[in-house]
Design a protein around this ligand. Sequence first.
Ligand code: PHE
Length: 512
Amino acid sequence: MTIKLHKRTIEVLKNLRKFNKDTYIASNLAGDLDIDYIVLMSAINELQEKSLGGFNEKEIDQVSLNDEGLLYLKKGLPERQLLNILLEKNIKEIPLKDFQKFSELNEKLFFIGISYMKKNRWIAQSKATGENKIFLIEEKFPETDLEKCLKKFKANPNLDYSELSKKDKKSLDLLNKRQLIKKKRKTQRLIYLTEKGKTIKISDIEELDQISKLTSEMITSRTWEKYELKPFDVNKPGPLLKGGKIHPMINLINKIREIFLSLGFTEIRGPIIESAFFNFDALFQPQDHPARELHDTFYLENPKVAKLPEKDRVEAVKTTHTNGGDSGSIGWGYNWDEDIAKQTILRTHTTATTIRRLAQYYRNNDKPPIKVFSIDRVFRNEKVDKSHLAEFTQIEGIIIDENVTLCDLIGVISEFYKKIGFEKIITRPGFFPYTEPSMEVAVYYDKLGEWLEMGGSGIFRPEVTYPWGIKNPTRVLAWGLGLERLAMLMFEREDIRDLYINPIKWLREESY
Ligand code: PHE
């Protein structure tokens, strides 16, 4: 049987055979052949129908230069720009200060340039004469690996990270550290020819002169008679319908919300911009606690100062820190500083929000039992990688009631995980400055046969509850669990970033 193909498809086939490679990146190929991507892919589909070719999909990390990187591609890296100035003016040594004056680079770039000139061993710096001077210590200044790598973007503005050589990867990591590039996850299509596609005689292929659409003119003028009409294949599957749908994370959040509502909880929300007071101080975390340090917490410049609650409650928290107040504790024994408590931050946990509920409890003279939960965003200054995000979501809750115990706490947490689909949970001793006892919560993940940590829980210490008038036998059971960790297990994603980067393939296939 002869094979019939559209003219354009035959052209594509001929070209692919001429290039003679194993695979072709679809987006590049469209450029090389100077045809539209869509047109190319419809030709490939036609080849696929006839078993002559096809394509595979691969997820890649695409890297490109950011604006600063593009500028350096044009003008050279700061170190090269500086070097060129010296060479042009034939300067072999010069006081750093003078150099800076006529370099035209701003101060930051100037010093970055100088430091890389030193790293490249182009210059040395010495204060031997009493003056801070630099000296050229080379005659020739060939392109560095970094510059060679940078230049690659000239030929191709988007590079596939996995296809780079070890050396280029190293250079690229350095460019990344210098914040000159941006990375993007992309799905790449790799086109190939089958054995049949590579060997079939072009003369055996017939050019298709079929039409698939009839217009009224064609019918009235009878021109349709000149063409072969494309037959309908009623057994062929229709095109895949890709409708919009609700994001799996939203569905999961709604499900969790339903579970807590069904257990008799009320949802609460609190501000994302929080005071250190509610995020830390009211949780009996001393003001020099390491978690407050800059590498964990995002401190804000604007607004810089937060409002504190009622004076007497601030005083109660202060006293607890200084000497324990009436909580039965001796406190931390240091001078509590109100200004530190007024610092504004992005909340690092939604426990800040449940403490606000304790404040409201005091203000409204509420009576137990109170059961509230929140599912909300928190922020920590973490390096983002496949298991960490700098913004993530906590499933938080408290129960305020008389004579409640650790057993009640374990019961509620187990019930929650059971309802979401995890039958087995384990709690083990943990530590949080604001709970006693404290427990870590882990769920059993069948697929890996492992216990995976999900978050923390415990009973708020008297130092936390007394300032809000909550005293024995009334206690507060509390927990804070990770949403994204849970989502990774439920959606079987290995990279936590996928949950928000939205790989389209996953979103289409995920039925949750
Ligand atoms: N706030 C803790 C965290 O962010 C979790 C927690 C909440 C622990 C409530 C105990 C009680 O990890």
